[in-house]
Write a protein that binds this ligand. Structure first.
Ligand code: MN3
Length: 206
């Protein structure tokens, strides 16, 4: 039995239109995320001692994964975990400003929601090549903006991601071509802040 399974999208393919188009969603979910799941399962096939581990555990303990499959686990399990978060922190009729505990923490850390958005936008825009921008919770429960290359996940550095932005070209090229900044600006309209707040609260309990 396969260790990892491609999760269903929590909404229809066209639900994030016009900000993210249905064709991009279909290819991104079925082909890209589907590919990470298949390749992750393949990488772990001959390693029964790792098959009862969660994807998150494997990333947190990436240094204990056997060297001959470490790069594959990092890329493919990383891709699976990143995209599993990605679908859930977006939704139709979302966007706007965060509410609740995470909103207060963002204000305390960055001064205002607008200042947070500007810093996050700058971080995402500045990634060279493929990668992700993240809002993470540090072990001391404070917030920070970080970026990772490729499909690396902040769990590999002991950080808990609660919001992520995929800036691989496969996430936006069909609609936005080279205009990454326009994609980032549009993306705020689909951020599901209730889910980000839920993840934030979960990260605050020991
Ligand atoms: Mn992607």
């Amino acid at each position: 039995m396969a260790q990892f399974v491609l999760p269903d999208l929590p909404y229809t393919l066209d639900a994030l239109e016009p900000y993210i188009d249905a064709q991009t969603m279909e290819i991104h979910h079925q082909k890209h995320h589907g590919g990470y799941v298949q390749n992750a399962n393949k990488a772990l096939q001959g390693h029964p001692q790792l098959q009862d581990k969660s994807a998150e555990w494997l990333l947190r303990h990436i240094d204990s994964v056997p060297e001959n499959i470490r790069t594959a686990v990092r890329n493919q399990v990383g891709g699976h975990v990143n995209h599993s978060l990605w679908w859930t922190i977006m939704g139709p009729n979302q966007g706007g400003s965060p509410m609740g505990a995470v909103a207060a923490a963002i204000r305390d850390t960055f001064g205002s929601f607008e200042q947070f958005q500007e810093q996050f936008r700058q971080a995402a825009f500045s990634i060279f090549g493929s990668g992700w921008a993240w809002l993470v919770v540090r072990p001391d429960h404070s917030l920070a903006i970080v970026t990772t290359p490729n499909q690396d996940n902040p769990l590999m550095q002991g950080l808990s991601p609660i919001l992520g932005l995929d800036v691989w070209e496969h996430a936006y090229y069909l609609r936005y071509q080279n205009r990454r900044a326009d994609y980032i600006d549009a993306w705020w309209h689909v951020v599901n802040w209730d889910e980000v707040d839920r993840r934030f609260k979960a990260s605050q309990t020991p």
